[in-house]
Design a protein around this ligand. Structure first.
Ligand code: BDR
Ligand code: CA
Length: 311
């Protein structure tokens, strides 16, 4: 199985991504879950990650607390999207499994140093603060990373937190700059693709119809997420961003991407965190990312439902 570390700020869609990964021990071994501040503050993302592990009956997955603020800016959160807890929707019990003592950044560094080179994939689905801090503190680990598969950025889709910036990149653009500049093989799931992975009413009903506690919880998580900005999403349903990363690891044929150069805007307040994507090759900057822009959405939801049903 491919070994992964999920770096996350749960968040309903983060929760679904974690569940999807935990549902696939045949294909993915989750070495640890590292939490970061993002959708809600770190105190809550560390609780939410453990709530989700226990929902999946995987209380043995180590969960670590990481950075509580971005590298160079004040933390911006998104309670208007995710609710006060970050995981509003279902009623789930408070976690009993422990939070690990080690700092998330040290876990990332130690894991990459201990394991064979290019065996561990990083899956960041929140702001990139933990990953960038690990790269800054221990540059030797950069070449040991197999791949980074992240949710973040946007090009033709424009932004969701400012007119041109996607939330995860906008919250910590300086961290994103480090990660995109590190030279690690990088696959990005920007809004261009996640806004094609929509939880329609029919899909939400199909998730509920799994009929298990996990199925019900995921229906309620995605149902809550749905209520954010119904004018924008309307009948089509809200995007299910973060699980696209895990689905790509499981079944890359569901997606289409393009090798491009992406540079992060860190100077202008107006466009802070914009992923400046050289789609047409206007510059001679070499590609540093595979920019995923299309998805077989029906295939994606079939995969999600089939796998969640195993938990
Ligand atoms: C990203 O921001 C968060 O609100 C979601 O969890 C996702 O990771 C989408 O822009
Ligand atoms: Ca997230």
């Amino acid at each position: 199985a491919g070994q992964i570390i999920i770096d996350t700020d749960p968040g309903q869609d983060d929760a679904v991504a974690i569940l999807l990964a935990l549902a696939c021990p045949d294909a993915l071994e989750v070495l640890g879950i590292t939490c970061v501040a993002g959708n809600v503050p770190l105190e809550l993302t560390t609780i939410n990650a453990r709530i989700i592990c226990e929902l999946a009956d995987k209380g043995d997955v180590p969960v670590f607390a990481g950075c509580d603020r971005p590298l160079g800016r004040d933390l911006v959160t998104a309670e208007h999207v995710h609710g006060r807890s970050g995981l509003d929707g279902p009623t789930l019990p408070a976690p009993t499994m422990p939070l690990q003592d080690k700092h998330a950044v040290d876990f990332i560094i130690d894991t990459l140093r201990e394991r064979p080179a290019k065996s561990v994939t990083l899956v960041p689905i929140g702001p990139l603060t933990n990953i960038a801090t690990a790269f800054k503190n221990a540059p030797d680990i950069i070449e040991k990373v197999k791949e980074i598969v992240l949710m973040g950025g946007a090009h033709f889709a424009q932004g969701n937190v400012t007119p041109v910036a996607e939330f995860n990149i906008h919250v910590d653009p300086h961290a994103a700059e480090i990660v995109f500049g590190a030279g690690v093989p990088l696959v990005m799931m920007p809004l261009d693709v996640t806004h094609k992975a929509l939880v329609t009413r029919a899909r939400n009903a199909a998730i509920r119809a799994i009929g298990t506690p996990v199925g019900r919880a995921v229906a309620e998580l995605t149902g809550f997420f749905e209520r954010y900005n119904p004018d924008r999403y309307g009948e089509d349903g809200a995007p299910l961003h973060d699980p696209c990363t895990i689905a790509w690891l499981l079944k890359p044929d569901l997606f289409k991407g393009r090798r491009v150069n992406v540079v992060i805007e860190t100077q202008s307040e107006l466009t802070m965190g914009m992923t400046v994507t050289d789609w047409w090759g206007c510059t001679d900057r070499p590609p540093n990312a595979t920019f995923i822009h299309d998805i077989d959405a029906n295939g994606f939801f079939d995969l999600l439902i089939e796998r969640l049903a195993r938990l």
